[in-house]
Ligand binder design. Structure first.
Ligand SMILES: Cc1cc2nc3c(=O)[nH]c(=O)nc-3n(C[C@H](O)[C@H](O)[C@H](O)COP(=O)(O)OP(=O)(O)OC[C@H]3O[C@@H](n4cnc5c(N)ncnc54)[C@H](O)[C@@H]3O)c2cc1C
Length: 386
């Protein structure tokens, strides 16, 4: 068999979808993963991921997420599986905070069906929620939840069927650019290709080989909480809810505290609650405590204020990783001075975009111009700031 044109390191969210997009274009692609995705050692586990189109992080993401939504639906048709369920998405925060104003700007710019609500209106409609006075909310009525592991398995299955060569339980140790392309060394062999994509998620930093690396791996302690009896916390009844809260009065921090809650799916695993910022830096290859005292008390304080019905309910914890950039935007494109080596880092909000990211990365890897504004994801933006 001829050497693949592209090697993709990591077969999680970005890697699986890029292998699928490349294989659909007829490009020879070899994907390699240290584990066997879907798995719980990276960033794509935990049953559910929210997908919303009124994108509070910036209107520039909306065309991408609109395409992703379409492609998730295509993947459902191609595989005959349910991947995306709708339950609505509520963004809560101060009227002048970045979350609610970003949500409304995107919703209005792209005529995405939405409602603006006061704290009292939210509390009346969903008595499970307790929005503090002074905050407001935006509801995207058609947003939803992706079945995370099922999505990864479906992307990999379709990639394999389209002709991608996928190798699992094989760790990439290093890569080297040479005269005949890129040489990749794993714990099982050596492979060569014209182009390389580093889609190793939380472990990208270890493979970058850059002196100035803007990525930091952060731990997210996920709380799985058994709701009280009844349907109040079930998807279809409760929207996904994202909260941007002012700092606590006695806190030294001046910044907003951000949390989210995903309603219970039919799997019955519980209501999923996690912090979205103020996350600790960690080494994903070191053993991680399931929860620290700080993470527990931050979550308890959030629940007490915003979801009081979940306080003192039985709960379990799990750890997942964000690969953070300094500004929270993606980091996509060729490495400095290595045009044939591309990086993809998703800053803790990339899952929903997977199918479109696959198309974008496949375009970049085959010298095509992606159809989206990627200026906020530029690889050299942190160098320019220095
Ligand atoms: C708790 C939590 C909740 C989230 N919620 C949402 C949400 O609601 N909506 C949303 O859109 N996003 C959400 N995200 C973010 C989203 O899940 C991530 O941005 C996305 O999954 C990252 O994809 P990735 O491809 O970079 O990493 P991954 O999907 O983790 O894939 C990386 C792959 O690389 C492999 N790998 C690593 N090192 C090597 C190596 N040396 N050799 C070979 N393979 C290697 C790993 O095994 C892994 O399979 C959430 C993340 C977390 C942690």
């Amino acid at each position: 068999m001829a050497s693949p044109d592209v090697i993709v390191v990591g077969l999680g969210t970005a890697g699986a979808s890029t292998c699928l997009a490349l294989a659909r274009q007829g490009v020879a692609v070899r994907g390699i993963d240290a584990f066997a995705p879907p798995h719980s050692h990276g960033s794509h586990h935990g049953l559910s991921r929210s997908i919303r189109r009124a994108y509070l992080e910036g209107s520039v993401y909306v065309p991408m997420v609109l395409r992703a939504w379409e492609q998730w639906r295509r993947l459902e048709r191609d595989t005959g599986q349910e991947l995306l369920v709708t339950t609505g998405n509520l963004t809560v925060g101060p009227a002048d905070g970045t979350a609610v104003s970003g949500f409304l700007a995107s919703a209005r710019a792209y005529a995405i069906p939405h409602e603006s609500l006061t704290a009292a209106e939210v509390n009346r409609r969903w008595p499970q929620l307790s929005v503090p006075p002074g905050l407001v909310a935006g509801l995207e009525t058609e947003a939803g939840i992706l079945h995370a592991e099922r999505c990864i398995a479906a992307l990999l299955d379709q990639a394999r069927r389209a002709g991608a060569v996928l190798q699992v339980n094989e760790r990439v140790r290093r890569w080297q650019a040479g005269r005949h392309g890129i040489r990749v060394t794993t714990d099982r062999g050596v492979y060569e290709a014209a182009r390389l994509l580093l889609a190793a998620g939380a472990r990208n930093s270890g493979l970058l080989g850059l002196v100035s690396n803007p990525l930091s791996t952060r731990r997210v302690a996920v709380h799985w909480i058994d709701p009280p009896p009844g349907d109040d916390f079930r998807y279809g009844v409760l929207p996904v809810n994202f909260w941007q809260l002012p700092p606590e009065e006695d806190s030294a921090s001046q910044g907003f505290r951000e949390f989210y809650c995903l309603p219970q799916l039919p799997s019955g695993a519980g209501v999923k609650v996690a912090a979205h910022n103020n996350l600790a830096v960690c080494d994903p290859d070191q053993p991680q405590p399931l929860i620290t005292a700080h993470e527990r008390s931050a979550c308890d304080a959030f629940l007490k204020t915003c979801l009081p019905g979940l306080v003192r309910q039985p709960a379990r914890n799990a750890v997942c990783f964000y690969t953070q950039t300094p500004d929270g935007d993606f980091w996509l494109g060729s490495l400095p001075e290595q045009p044939d080596v591309l990086i993809c880092a998703l800053a803790g909000h990339g899952f929903k975009f997977a199918p479109v990211l696959g198309e974008i990365l496949a375009d970049l890897l085959t010298d095509r111009r992606p159809a989206y504004d990627l200026s906020r994801s530029a690889v050299d933006r942190f160098d320019r700031e220095r």
